[in-house]
Design a protein around this ligand. Structure first.
Ligand code: MN
Length: 192
């Protein structure tokens, strides 16, 4: 069994002008696809071959002999979650239960927004910023992870993520990561 590249939940140009079709075609069509292709090559003929993606991630996390499998599996998972963290005409403040949870755990949307933007712009080098639910106590919190690292390797349930590897924004924003993060928060976030 091999993993397929999951379909994008919208057209390549659906997130313009905030993320261009050119960025999407490289980021989804080249970067994300390469992680899936590399994972398939690495697990072919191993005991990981028929495992669900999340199980591969949990079983390889922190094990030096499985670094390449972990990196490609986690990046395959993270990118699919990232595409599904966004929608056209998204962003801004959530309503309903999500709004209540942000009030409960951050004191309100503006505090959440500041903390998330700070994590995303403050991640040194490649990585991700996340809103997660801690499965131990049900509380929401903001974290950042480096490179391929993913909350699902740490008992945390992802709610939202933004990719802050340079390949996510360089064609559209060059070195202005903060502008990309603001566009994500104000125009793209998909609150479920
Ligand atoms: Mn990426």
């Amino acid at each position: 069994m091999a993993f397929d590249l999951p379909p994008l939940p919208y057209d390549m140009n659906a997130l313009e002008p905030y993320i261009s079709a050119q960025t999407m075609s490289f980021h989804y069509g080249k970067h994300h696809k390469t992680y899936v292709d590399n994972l398939n090559k690495l697990i072919a003929g191993t005991h990981f071959e028929n495992m669900p993606l999340e199980e591969i991630i949990r079983k390889t996390a922190g094990k030096s002999e499985y670094t390449a499998i972990f990196n490609n599996a986690a990046q395959a998972w993270n990118h699919n979650f990232f595409w599904n963290s966004m929608q056209p005409n998204g962003g801004g403040e959530p309503t309903g239960e999500m709004k209540k949870k942000l009030i409960r755990d951050f004191g309100g949307y503006e505090n959440f927004r500041a903390e998330f933007a700070n994590a995303a712009t403050g991640q040194f080098g490649s990585g991700w910023a996340w809103l997660v639910e801690d499965e131990a106590n049900g509380k929401f919190k903001v974290i950042k992870t480096a490179n391929a690292d993913t909350p699902i390797a740490h008992g945390l349930k992802p709610i939202l993520t933004v990719d802050v590897w340079e390949h996510a924004y360089y064609l559209d924003y060059q070195n202005r990561r903060a502008d990309f993060v603001n566009a994500y928060l104000d125009h793209l976030v998909k609150w479920n």
